[in-house]
Each structure stands twice: as C-alpha cells, then as structure tokens.
Design a protein around this ligand. Structure first.
Ligand SMILES: C[S@@+](CC[C@H](N)C(=O)[O-])C[C@H]1O[C@@H](n2cnc3c(N)ncnc32)[C@H](O)[C@@H]1O
Length: 211
C-alpha cells in the first residue's frame, strides 16, 4: 500500500486562483487532449478539474484521481457540473486504486513533471489500461534550446522552481520516460505555449499505446 501523500497548500491555492486565466491559453490544448477520448477514462492529477468541460461525446465516464486535498475539493463541483459523468477520487499515480484493464484511456495533463517516480506511475498506467488502450499526454518538457534547457536545469537543481510549483521539475525528459516504460508513441506534436519565454513553455501533446 502506498504511503505517498501530496499536500501543497500554498501552490494549490495559487494554482486554483490562476487556472481560469490560464484557460485562455491552455483551453485549446485541453480540447485536443481529451475531446475525442473513448468510453471510460482515468485522468491522473486532475487538479481543480479544468479538463472536465473539454471531454466530448465519445467519453462515457471520467474517473479523476487527485491526491492534493484542496485541489480535489475545488474539482468536485466541476465534476458534478460536467456533461460527461465525472467523479474525483483520492490516490496517487504510483499506486492506483483500480484493477487491471479497467480503462480505455489514461490522461496526464501537466502532471508527470510533478510525480517523484514517473517510471512507477507509467507502469501503473499500463496495468489499468485495457489491451489496446492509450495514454494521452500534454506535458511541459525540457527545451531543445540548450540555453533554455540550462536555465530549466538550474531552476530544478536550485530547488527554487520545485518549491514554488508543488514539486514540479521543468527540465524533465518526459517523452523518453514514456518510451522507456514500454509505451509506443503513436502521435506527438511539439510546440511552445505562450508566453514562449516562460521556462515551462516547451510542450508536447500526443498519444502513446501499450506495446
Ligand atoms: C500543475 S498541476 C496540473 C493539474 C491539472 N492536471 C491541470 O491540467 O490543470 C499538477 C497536478 O499533479 C498532481 N500530482 C502531484 N503528484 C501526484 C501524484 N504522485 N499522483 C497523482 N497526481 C499528482 C498535483 O496534485 C496537481 O493537481
């Protein structure tokens, strides 16, 4: 049984305060991320629930896992108001409270950067996905620009960025991590969110399938 707890009271309040404004930039990516997902979906680290309104008609049920108490509380009314039946549950990515082969898709949205052991989390995603199920991801990643990547690494190593952002690492190489865990990337788009000078702007959005 997992003993991991995730509690970032200050970050959670700041994130819930600015998430509405971030929607102006991120809303279109959320549509692309979850708008066409099939049947039963598990969303990991759903925060205050900003993705719920973006699921489309093909989705029958969303189960949203969120360990941070304040964000989970903020997500509940959004889950209740969503067109697609949605529930929020407590738990962490490395020890999912679900059986094998339960979900058609798993979603991570700006989450893998905050998970201490992404390898264990990805193994869990594979376990709960049905054969042929997919992992849909939208994550900020390490920049391909060496200068920006150095700044990202410096912010992570200094501890400044992780402390400000609920444990997020901005220089993570998420795509290699996904591939290392035995998923195959079937589609991917690389881009910068705006403003592009931000150290979290280099992003990837795509789908990975179990091999
Ligand atoms: C930057 S927020 C993103 C929230 C949301 N996905 C969104 O798109 O707005 C990162 C989220 O990951 C969650 N998180 C951190 N560690 C986690 C873990 N081990 N398992 C599941 N979620 C985790 C945090 O509580 C937080 O809600």
């Amino acid at each position: 049984m997992s003993t991991e707890t995730v509690s970032h009271p200050l970050f959670a309040r700041i994130y819930a305060h600015i998430s509405g404004r971030m929607e102006r930039e991120l809303g279109r990516y959320r549509d692309e991320l979850v708008g066409d997902l099939p049947e039963k979906v598990l969303e990991i680290g759903s925060g205050d629930g900003m993705n719920f309104a973006h699921y489309g008609e093909a989705t029958e049920e969303v189960v949203a896992l969120e360990p941070e108490p304040y964000l989970r509380e903020k997500a509940s009314p959004r889950a209740a108001a969503a067109a697609v039946p949605s529930t929020t549950v407590i738990g962490t990515a490395g020890d999912l409270p679900f059986g094998d082969d339960e979900f058609d898709a798993v979603v991570v949205c700006l989450v893998l950067c905050s998970i201490n052991d992404p390898g264990s989390a990805l193994s869990e995603f594979k376990r709960v996905l049905k054969p042929g199920g997919s992992l849909r991801f939208f994550e900020h990643v390490r920049s391909g620009d060496p200068k920006k990547a150095r700044i990202q690494t410096g912010l992570d190593r200094s501890g400044i960025w992780p402390r400000l952002s609920g444990g997020c690492q901005c220089s993570c190489q998420t795509v290699s991590e996904i591939e290392r865990s035995g998923f195959e990337i079937s589609e991917i788009r690389e881009f910068e969110t705006r403003p592009s000078w931000l150290h979290t702007s280099p992003s990837v959005l795509g789908t990975a399938v179990t091999q």
